[in-house]
Write a protein that binds this ligand. Structure first.
Ligand SMILES: Cc1ncc(C[n+]2csc(CCOP(=O)(O)OP(=O)(O)O)c2C)c(N)n1
Ligand SMILES: [Mg+2]
Length: 662
């Protein structure tokens, strides 16, 4: 006799409580409460094949309530993925095990996205659902026809980003998105009554969602609710009424099961309650065999899909979109044109010019902006809006939802087949920061087009003028921050961002910049991170290291210093991370590691000086802004803070005099 759905679900419960017990750390309550719902989803609806976790037309599953990581580890093991093995599960949360505390996309194929920071899973799922609809519009049902399922807890639905995500999903009518809400009335502090009285379902209805409700502890009922959700053309919220820690007779229904081992006595009592009389980590043969057989459900469907792909005539193009580096043939002719005809433009405008070439050459790009399209210059002429009526479009009006936009872009990038880029003001990276961090952690190829990158934005004043933002973004591991100095560096930065395996921030000016790269280089100099733009004419005494709009200022200051006989190099440093990754000889050549008495190193950036000691040395000179900005026209603001060639040259000579540098 085939085991019941409840018995299949109890395998999840047992593995969850055993793994948490062994680690003496983790969250048994959520997996135990949602085991039946997850069983319904994985055994009756989800389209997947453990033999190929990267099958492009698989359904996407996002465990937004990432603290319940044992739920997905149990599911991957039971359905027959290569990892985690039962040994991996025994080493839950241990050093070197892929069964990390929270699910990490880079640890286990089958974990689509990294979750744990509550709210972001749902918001990334919105991006996945957008990518699916877009690729469906481009390639048709025969190649792209899948759904995005999410399990979300009370916390996910309380977070602010959820409001952004739900609004966007409703607006774009993402009917392939289905969220199962683990409605257990419990969070860490206790009852949800302590902190929530809004009508969560009504909020979704108001945003244009379909909603229904079921007993989340009854797999049959959950399955019916999923069926209804699938049939409805709107995004769906399924309210699954559950009991946290279900099966632990003395602790279920309480916050005690949320994030701690149940304890040996309670685990023993739960085994009795669940009729599970095997030792820890053992799954009865009939149960494991049934799970494995159900895990093979998708194999035939994948085989059919592979056949359709062969016959489609679009195989090469489709596969390339998922796997290959994007076409870079646009770069050389475009840069040659800029060298032939130098242009004084803002780098935001230069970005738009580069994008005109990119968006033609790279059909995978999907642009957008958080309501600053005209300021971020993110929309090129031929891009049509991506709307509920036209998913073929490649431009998304995200609305004033910076965090939601960034999280959606993570989901799009990790879905694959598309390369998302999106804009807002650099200062508002703060609004998107948690998702930017997850772009970096997950190695998601998202390109952040962040304009108005300094006091050079002028009159909008201190609230809009980034100060600490560049350095704080550079402090993020696995993130490349580009601050190009002119149109050529902007194009080079774009090429690198597109070719990257991870995220990039392009920090771009509002104000016009003179071209600094006026000669053909024969290579992408930005790829070096920093390079010598001007070589000292007199005996070298000073190296000016500048980024973005301050490179022009550095060149002017260098002229003045040379006239006084002070040999001055100018180094343009569009990407500190790339420079740090260069071979030692190259770095030594650009920034010789000698005392600042022999060669004074000076950083010039219209932002915090914090961290620039890294390149100037402790005894170097750092010219920056260590306070908030001013409301004034850009040229006045630059003058005020000393970012003019004269003032920089004066500061350098004064500094040399003061320190007795000859
Ligand atoms: C952004 C964020 N804030 C706080 C936390 C810490 N945290 C983890 S789970 C949790 C409570 C979540 O409650 P719920 O979603 O209802 O999960 P349940 O207790 O029902 O499993 C909190 C506050 C987090 N992971 N992410
Ligand atoms: Mg809860």
């Amino acid at each position: 006799m085939q085991p019941t759905q409840r018995r299949l679900a109890n395998a999840i419960r047992a593995l969850a409580m055993d793994a948490v017990e062994a680690a003496n750390s983790g969250h048994p309550g959520m997996p135990m409460g949602m085991a039946d719902a997850a069983t319904a989803l994985f055994t009756q609806h989800l389209k997947f094949d453990p033999a190929d976790p990267h099958w492009p037309d698989r359904d996407r599953f996002v465990l937004s309530a990432g603290h319940g990581s044992m739920l997905i580890y149990a599911l991957l093991y039971l359905t027959g993925y290569a990892r985690p093995t039962i040994e991996d599960i025994k080493r839950f949360r241990q050093l070197g095990s892929p069964t990390a505390g929270h699910p990490e996309n880079f640890e286990l194929p089958g974990v689509e996205v990294t979750t744990g920071p509550l709210g972001q899973g749902v918001a990334m799922a919105v991006g996945m659902a957008i990518a699916e609809r877009h690729l469906n519009a481009v390639y048709g049902d025969e190649l792209v026809d899948h759904r995005t399922f999410v399990i979300a807890g009370d916390g996910d639905l309380m977070e602010g980003v959820n409001h952004e995500a739900v609004g966007l999903a409703g607006h774009l009518r993402l009917g392939r998105l289905i969220v199962l809400w683990d409605d257990n009335n419990i969070t860490i502090d206790g009852s949800t009554d302590l902190s929530r009285s809004e009508d969560v379902v009504a909020r979704h209805v108001a945003a244009g969602w379909h909603t229904n409700e079921c007993d989340g502890l009854d797999a049959g009922k959950v399955s019916r609710a999923i069926g209804e959700a699938l049939a409805d053309p709107r995004p769906s919220l399924i309210r699954c009424k559950t009991i946290i820690g279900y099966g632990a007779p003395n602790k279920q229904g309480t916050a005690a099961t949320h994030g701690a081992a149940l304890g040996a006595d309670e685990v023993a009592a739960a085994r009795v309650e669940l009729g599970w009389d095997l030792p820890a980590f053992e799954v009865p043969n009939d149960v494991l065999t049934t799970w494995r057989a159900l895990g093979e459900r998708g194999a035939a469907e994948r085989a059919n899909w592979l056949e359709r792909l062969e016959r489609s005539g679009k195989k090469a193009e489709f596969v390339a979109r998922f796997d290959a580096k994007p076409d870079e043939s646009w770069l050389k002719p475009y840069v040659d044109g800029l060298i032939a005809k130098p242009q004084t433009v803002a780098t935001r405008k230069a970005s738009e010019m580069a994008l005109e070439a990119i968006n033609t050459a790279v059909p995978a790009t999907i642009g957008g902006s958080a309501d600053l399209t005209g300021s971020n210059n993110t929309k090129t002429k031929a891009l049509e809006p991506l709307t509920a009526e036209n998913y073929r479009g490649r431009y998304i009006y995200y609305g004033i939802r910076e965090f939601g936009m960034a999280a959606a872009m993570n989901g799009m990038a990790l879905h694959g087949g598309v390369i998302p880029y999106g804009g807002t003001f650099l200062v508002f990276t703060d609004y998107a920061r948690p998702a930017i961090r997850l772009s970096a952690l997950q190695n998601a190829r998202v390109i952040y087009v962040m304009t108005h990158d300094s006091i050079g934005l002028g009159e909008d004043g201190p609230t809009h003028q980034p100060i600490e933002h560049l350095q704080s973004l550079r402090a993020m591991p696995q993130m490349q921050v580009y601050r190009p100095a002119d149109a050529v560096e902007t194009a080079e930065s774009w090429a690198l961002a597109l070719a990257s395996d991870g995220p990039s921030v392009l920090a771009l000016t509002r104000q016009n910049l003179k071209p600094v790269r006026t000669e053909a280089a024969g290579e992408n100099l930005t790829a070096r991170g920093a390079y010598r733009l001007k070589t000292a004419a007199n005996a070298r005494k000073v190296i000016l290291i500048a980024t973005g709009s301050e490179v022009e200022v550095a060149l002017g200051a260098a002229d003045r210093l040379e006239r006084q006989g002070i040999g001055t190099d100018v180094v343009s440093m569009p990407c500190t991370e790339r420079f740090d990754a260069q071979p030692a000889e190259y770095r030594e050549d650009i920034l010789p590691d000698v005392s600042n008495r022999e060669i004074l190193r000076v950083s010039i950036e219209a932002g915090t000086t914090y961290g620039w000691e890294r390149y100037t040395g402790l005894h170097g000179l750092r010219i920056g802004i260590d306070r908030y900005g001013v409301s004034a026209p850009a040229t006045d603001a630059f003058e005020h803070f000393g970012f003019t060639p004269d003032k920089v040259a004066e500061r350098v000579t004064a500094f040399m005099k003061e320190r007795g540098i000859q």
